[in-house]
Design a protein around this ligand. Sequence first.
Ligand code: TYM
Length: 334
Amino acid sequence: MTDAARRPRVLSGIAATGTLHIGNYIGALSVWAKEQDAYDNYFMIADLHALTIPENVYADDLRARIREIVALYVACGLDPQRSVIFRQSDVSAHATLAWILGCATPVGWLERMTQYKSKSEGVSASAGLFTYPALQAADILLYQAEYVPVGDDQRQHVEITRDIAQRFHHLFGDVFTLPQPLIRDSGARIMGLDDPSVKMSKSLAGLRDGHAIGLLDSPKTIHRSVMRAVTDSGSQLDPEHISPGVKNLLVLFETLTGFSREATLAKFAGQGYGALKREVAEVAVEKVTEIQAGYRSIREEDTAIDRILASGAQLAGDVANTTLDAAMRATGLR
Ligand code: TYM
């Protein structure tokens, strides 16, 4: 048994639906990268999930985005030697197990998912958007993952994964490890710069200038977005009255620098919001510049991406197919 195989396993992923932003970095990627030596790591590019809103899919875009995300994974610190990086659709066990789990999932559970409720509002939603939690459960359960490092918005998905696994066990017998979410205390929900009442999201980033800090944005764009960030009618930092917009800026500063809340408040006490914004813009530009340097060097040798995906497909496939086989035996399909 290798060292990595003795460690608890983690599985996580990012849907290939738009350009990654600093919320994805702080809530997910930075945690995955930092903890790589503590776990046996599986990180995927969730391309099947990108099809849940087919109106937003353009084949060439999706192909390009998948490569962009692989390069960003590496640029954000994932080491292909220590983490298995793979594309979800390369491992067909995901779709097969999603079907089996979907048949063990009561419709009422899917109807309660907040993501389905918000994304299906006012549109004719696809069946895929509705059954998405069964696919995500398959993603996690195939790898027998003990932990799922995610941002706060994914908590409900990990909870339903546990429920689906338990229902499967009740119906067919034990096959899966019950996963737990791994969610950081601060920074697990970065809010929109233009509207601190909604979480920073890839879809809104594509629609509204100034909503997000994109990992591939220019320093000028980042400065502009942060300086325009919504705060409140006050002008100075008042530790007794911290509005959602100001809190979001504090959290960005703290998670990017490692400053505690106390130290941050001491640093900016009595200063105007402009000073806080300038510092946030500066540390964000510094981080993003570093990520972009890594990103460019990977993209210069684009065949490296093919090698990462080929090896990831093999390693992930081995683990996933073993679990799928056990699930198929339990149900009588084998
Ligand atoms: P996605 O692609 O929306 O987000 C990827 C990761 O980034 C986190 N995140 C955030 N964290 C902090 N602040 C934010 N504003 C913010 N926005 C996003 C998310 O919580 C997530 O960790 N369905 C998933 C992808 C997925 C997956 C999985 C995740 C598919 N299969 C299996 C874990 C395990 C999604 O759409 O995440």
